[in-house]
Design a protein around this ligand. Structure first.
Ligand SMILES: [Zn+2]
Length: 403
């Protein structure tokens, strides 16, 4: 049986974790904020914060957030607290079809260092994993983060992950990775615990935790890039489905006799609305070397043909999302991926066909908006995968709490 002082210490540890959770979630908070968020008394919070400051896990924020309203006549503004970088760090790795991005952040999701390189991820898993492992060493060195501070790594891949086996679930969507135990292979190279998920799921997690979808319980994130995929947040949680395929809207058929897709079907959404599909339409009339960035510039400069092609892509995406709205009834659709930088032509197209294909009640309930995290959404989601895992932090990262 546990002694009385043992259970008291266990309670203190649980309360310290509640304070750390609150600071992880808020980024920074005053003692008054912590009382409100945790429901603990002012005296308890003061003791816990003092304790955590002594252990070097919590520090006073040097500059006050500018957006905090001034409260005239009530003395100086409250001291804001945040987690110290020494409380722990997490790694995030985002594998696109053509790039790898790696970031290291503290437990408040503040990125300390970040690197991105171009590499053909689809074809050769080993090459991409080796490159990523090299970037991990670089960002740790640049940020001055000791390996002992790292609580784990989150990893995103542009294909469905079978949650039962941890392998890439489709040999046609990501050919070089079929059957590869991605998390194990990366863990072997970098010697940290690795969690893996699909890139659109991680974009959804980031926009839901840190971006446009904060506070939404039911949200769809759609990534429009080299491929098209969606991440679903249902009832405040990421929804993977039975085998990790949930949200693969890129392979919903939108043209009955359309082009043959890499998945083997015809007329998939990806064949009409992905970045490469748009370039295929525009290159013959502009320049065979037209890039995605060039296409976005043309659209921003008011080129009507380019805007029209992007708008048509939005309408095709909105058709698939309209069906999804009837099934899931989300309150927000967040549009991300590099094509989302086109803005209005894409979003207006999506809005138009969501309104046409969704039931009026489902269409009225949903806001269509652009993501606010841009091309970093997926890597931030990979970081969140680690940082939001309280059990993991309890078991490995915050040993100082119980000493
Ligand atoms: Zn397909």
């Amino acid at each position: 049986m546990e002694s009385g002082s043992g259970s008291l210490e266990a309670l203190r540890e649980a309360n310290r974790l509640r304070v750390i959770d609150a600071l992880r979630h808020e980024g920074s908070a005053s003692r008054t904020d912590l009382v409100r968020i945790t429901g603990l008394s002012r005296t308890t919070i003061t003791t816990l914060v003092g304790d955590l400051q002594e252990r070097g896990l919590v520090v006073e924020q040097e500059e006050h957030a500018v957006e905090r309203p001034e409260r005239p006549g009530r003395g100086r503004p409250p001291v804001l607290l945040r987690l110290a970088p020494s409380a722990g760090a997490a790694l995030g790795l985002d594998f696109g079809h053509r790039h790898v991005r790696v970031a290291v952040a503290d437990l408040s999701s503040t990125v300390l260092a970040e690197r991105r390189i171009d590499v053909d991820v689809d074809v050769a898993a080993a090459t991409a994993l080796d490159a990523a492992a090299g970037l991990v060493e670089e960002v740790l060195r640049e940020a001055g983060v000791d390996r002992a501070q790292v609580v784990g790594a989150g990893m995103g891949l542009p294909g469905p992950i079978d949650r039962r086996t941890g392998t890439v679930g489709s040999s046609v969507i990501l050919p070089g990775w079929a059957g590869v135990h991605a998390a194990e292979e990366l863990a072997r190279r970098i010697d940290f615990h690795v969690e893996v998920d699909n890139d659109a799921n991680l974009g959804a997690l980031a926009e839901f935790s840190l971006g446009a979808g904060r506070g939404m319980q039911d949200m769809v994130y759609v990534k429009v890039s080299s491929g098209i995929g969606a991440g679903l947040v249902l009832g405040g949680r990421l929804h993977h489905g039975a085998t990790g395929i949930a949200g693969e809207i890129g392979h919903v058929q939108v043209r009955a006799d359309g082009a043959v897709c890499r998945c083997g079907n015809r007329g998939c959404l990806e064949t009409v609305a992905s970045g490469p599909a748009l370039l295929n339409v525009l290159r013959p009339v502009h320049d065979e070397s037209l890039t995605l960035a060039g296409m976005l510039e043309l659209a921003a400069a008011g080129d009507l043909g380019t805007q029209r092609v992007i708008n048509d892509a939005g309408r095709a995406i909105g058709q698939a999302l309209g069906d999804l709205c009837n099934s899931l009834n989300p309150s927000m659709i967040v549009v991300g991926g590099d094509v989302s930088a086109a803005g209005a032509p894409l979003l207006d197209g999506i809005r138009e066909t969501v309104d046409r294909y969704a039931q009026p009640g489902a269409a009225q309930a949903v806001t269509v908006t652009r993501g606010v995290l841009g091309e970093r959404a997926e890597v931030l989601g990979a970081l969140t995968l680690v940082i939001a895992d309280t059990e993991r932090l309890r078991s490995v990262g915050l040993a100082a709490l119980v000493s």
